[in-house]
Design a protein around this ligand. Structure first.
Ligand code: SAM
Length: 216
């Protein structure tokens, strides 16, 4: 049972207000993030960081993404209940919880085994029904394709071809692409087998997407 006190709820309300002020306007995304106790990913000593709008280390050189980044990417995905979604970079599982709460049928893949194992054990204890995989998500998850939506939560050097191939027609890929310090957020929509439309959004700073179609 997760402890979610008035104090936590108050801090979370203030965080959601901050996300609104920064331009997040999807009420569904704000509501989902307003319901999810982000503090469950923090040890007691670091609890005051849970509702600050910043990334935080989760071990193994990785981070739980900044709430604004989670909100921004989730808003771009525009999840409808029942969408089959692939997340690349499970990490803590926070982004996965947000997507699940919006009704996604979620497949998530993590490169690092200890993080994969921790999250695969933790989220089901909270009642989350998610498909967990371990491996190189830069190549997607061919055995389970196609997907309606794909989200990459690590910075890629280029757009992996496999991810475009594994999108359903009409589906979209949200991915940060750039160098190892700054990446532009892209939304690529698969209009037809031959046509992709590309939208470019603001800059972010992610940990690197490793693997065959990422940073080698
Ligand atoms: N979605 C995560 C969350 O809510 O905590 C964000 C985690 S962190 C910003 C990015 C994650 O991508 C890290 O856990 C990292 O190990 C993972 N990653 C990097 N390259 C990967 C790859 N090729 N396949 C799968 N996961 C990868």
């Amino acid at each position: 049972m997760v402890e979610d006190s008035y104090k936590h709820k108050g801090m979370r309300r203030r965080l959601i207000q901050k996300l609104r002020e920064k331009g997040i306007n999807s009420e569904r995304v704000l509501e989902a993030m307003g319901n999810i106790p982000r503090h469950i990913f923090f040890e007691n000593a670091f609890l005051e960081h849970a509702y600050q709008d910043k990334a935080f280390p989760i071990g193994h050189g990785q981070t739980i993404s900044q709430p604004y980044t989670v909100a921004f990417q989730t808003q771009l995905l525009n999840i409808s209940p029942g969408d089959k979604v692939l997340e690349i970079g499970t990490g803590s599982g926070y982004q996965a919880m947000v997507l699940h709460d919006l009704g996604a049928n979620l497949y998530t893949i993590e490169y690092q085994k200890p993080l994969y194992e921790r999250t695969k054990n933790f989220l089901p204890q909270l009642g989350y029904k998610i498909h967990f995989f371990q491996g190189d998500g830069s190549k997607g998850l061919k055995a389970h394709a196609p997907f309606d939506k794909i989200i990459v939560t690590a910075g890629a050097p280029t757009v992996p071809n496999s991810l475009i191939e594994q999108l359903r027609i009409g589906g979209c890929l949200v991915i940060p692409v750039g160098d190892n310090t700054t990446q532009q957020m892209l939304r690529l929509t698969k209009v037809s087998d031959r046509k992709i439309s590309k939208e470019v959004f603001s800059n972010f700073s992610f940990v690197p997407l490793k693997g065959e179609e990422g940073w080698r």
